[in-house]
Design a protein around this ligand. Structure first.
Ligand code: HEC
Ligand code: HEC
Length: 352
């Protein structure tokens, strides 16, 4: 071989090596590190002002984990199977279907705008006190993801590259359940919804909504309906538990699901559930903790008739005497809460 040939082949080999090092793994290309999102109009708080703010590296890792079916026992279910981005991270069915087709008893709630809740209460009955505490629940729930925390960790350890991203996010390669929970919770925190037609109107754009929406707004906040006794703040949720009589069986004189009282052990909380956010509400019918109402009209009519009478009905619930038009205005108002900022889709590739 001539000297020039040797030099040439070295040069080519070196080029190949440099290219290989620079080539981005397909799963990295599918989920690059991105700056933290800005809060959309209507959400005044900022992610960077949180006590332990999310970092771009943790959010990237959390985004993979949220959509990765390998967290479940049989590789069929991810968080996103029940919290679907196209349904504002909720589900279009009354009950969730988990591993091996098993049905849970409650509707999957939307997980948007959970970075700022008035109080730290999660689940319909408030049994978790942080997104981190919440995130590990479904993995070990035999009906939901049917795995153990050890099983989940082993599945991730089997991959060659997940540990790289745990190092990137947390400083060392250890794959642990607290880290998994933190990363997922940080991804959830970035799913913010604002800049809805209603937010734009409230910030000075008179043309952003119709007259019907404005009438609905008046009913919702001050008028006959006064929905904002419970649906309040930027997220339209008071972090409290109320009984609207959903799931009450008047013949058996019992609730299908006892709700908050099982956790608080307070009989006053029988049949009470957490007030859900109304942001992007039209994206996630059916409604209520048991998914028993198909349309927003049906929900408003439930309030209009004064709920389902039962011994622990909230004192705030009583007949409202809304006209047919009032009901329509309230529905139009709720439809104007469709916002932006939370939209996402599963990354196309995961660490191998
Ligand atoms: C099989 C369906 C299913 C899967 C899988 C699932 N969830 Fe859920 N999720 C639910 C249901 C149902 C509830 C309500 C349960 C309750 O309140 O008792 C819920 C509640 C929540 C809440 C509470 C929201 C609120 O308003 O209080 C959060 C947050 C959440 N899930 C995140 C996750 C994360 C993170 C994962 C993945 C690790 C996950 N979920 C996997 C069905 C599911
Ligand atoms: C006493 C407090 C309270 C008042 C007043 C109230 N709500 Fe609610 N709202 C709740 C609670 C609690 C739930 C969940 C109940 C359940 O699932 O059992 C709920 C659920 C809803 C849902 C379904 C959300 C979902 O994700 O499934 C909608 C829509 C709704 N309310 C709209 C309204 C409107 C419109 C008004 C006024 C007419 C109103 N609410 C008044 C507490 C209240």
């Amino acid at each position: 071989m001539k000297l020039t040939e040797i030099v040439c082949s070295f040069y080519i080999l070196a080029l190949i090596a440099v290219n290989a090092a620079a080539a981005v793994a397909p799963w990295e290309a599918a989920n690059p590190i991105a700056p933290l999102p800005q809060s959309p109009l209507g959400i005044d708080a900022k992610l960077t002002e949180l006590k332990d703010p999310p970092t771009p590296e943790r959010v990237r890792l959390g985004r993979w984990l949220f959509y990765d079916k390998r967290l479940s026992s049989d590789g069929t279910i991810s968080c996103a199977s029940c919290h679907r981005p196209e349904n504002a991270f909720s589900e279009p069915t009354p009950h969730s279907t988990g591993v091996r087709g098993q049905q849970g008893g409650r509707k999957a709630p939307s997980v948007i705008n959970q970075a700022w809740t008035i109080l730290p209460v999660f689940f319909w009955d408030g049994r978790a006190d942080s997104l981190e505490a919440q995130a590990l629940g479904p993995v070990a729930n035999p009906i939901e993801m049917g795995n153990t925390h050890e099983g989940m960790i082993q599945n991730l350890q089997k991959t060659k590259s997940y540990r790289t991203y745990f190092k990137e996010a947390f400083g060392s390669e250890e794959i642990g359940k607290e880290r998994i929970a933190k990363a997922i919770a940080d991804y959830e925190r970035t799913r913010m919804s604002g800049n809805s037609p209603w937010d734009r109107w409230k910030n000075g754009d008179e043309k952003a909504v119709s007259e019907e929406v404005k009438k609905g707004d008046a009913l919702f906040f001050f008028g006959k309906a006064s929905c904002n006794q419970c649906h309040l703040g930027p997220n339209f949720a008071d972090s409290q538990f109320h009984n609207l009589g959903i799931g009450w069986d008047p013949k058996k004189k019992a609730f299908a699901d006892e709700g908050r009282s099982k956790i608080s052990k307070d009989p006053k909380d029988l049949g009470a559930f957490k007030t859900p956010t109304l942001r992007d509400i039209s994206k996630h019918a059916p409604f209520m903790h048991d998914g028993s109402m198909k349309t927003l009209e049906e929900v408003v009519q439930h309030y209009n008739k004064g709920g389902n009478l039962n011994p622990s009905l909230s004192p705030k619930i009583h007949p409202l005497r809304l006209t047919k038009l009032d009901v329509k205005y309230l529905v139009k108002f709720m439809e104007a809460l469709q916002g932006e900022g939370y939209q996402d889709a599963s990354p196309a590739a995961f660490p191998e």
